[in-house]
Design a protein around this ligand. Sequence first.
Ligand SMILES: Cc1cc2nc3c(=O)[nH]c(=O)nc-3n(C[C@H](O)[C@H](O)[C@H](O)COP(=O)(O)O)c2cc1C
Length: 215
Amino acid sequence: MKKEFTVKPEAMKEQWPGQFTEIGSWHDAVIQMPQPIFLVTGWKSNGKANACLQSSTAFVGSGGELVCILGWVRKDGHMYQSLKETGCCVLNFPTRAISDQCFNTIENNGFETDEITASGLEAEKATLVNAPRVKDCFLNIECEFLWERELSPNDSSAVVIAVKAVHMAMDSDYYDQNKIGRYGKDGYLYLANAPHNPETGEIGESGYAALEIYP
Ligand SMILES: Cc1cc2nc3c(=O)[nH]c(=O)nc-3n(C[C@H](O)[C@H](O)[C@H](O)COP(=O)(O)O)c2cc1C
């Protein structure tokens, strides 16, 4: 039976202070739509590589361009700083096989740290933009900054940023659906964040997700 929700159901409880008022919303906790996981890489002002895991996003083709909407970028992070300073970044797409290394970037987040190599990943030169790429990822999208704007008046900590693809590199085994392909357990990696039950308040586990294609 379909239930209607206009205001936050009483049973729902925040997992951290501000989850339903500042960083996040109760609607988001209910829908918990899986989002692709990728690493945004760039140069910090000291020349060290920065790597930031992201999963709030949309990729839209428009007017012959690929515009990537980075849906929630913290203003106090290195990624925001680096993107504003250099005007470019690379979006690197990992598979499940290197997810641990990608998560290591959360711990290896010091300003003085080369976050790519410290996390067990290999850096390579980008072709067109002034940013490092992650060699281990099967798809790298090199991007230039387009615009940013506030996400909501209640969230002063993060912004939406649009970047435009200017070059990409993709492993041919992944764009050939007869070989590894882009989907399934060895393709794009998704984040399925803790889903809330709005009636009972029960919170499910977070995990990775893969895309299953129905013929
Ligand atoms: C699976 C996953 C997804 C994430 N998605 C985002 C995101 O969409 N936006 C964001 O700002 N931080 C996100 N984070 C947190 C950042 O990756 C983390 O705060 C990072 O250390 C910030 O790096 P920076 O200082 O280089 O910006 C995510 C973390 C994880 C584990």
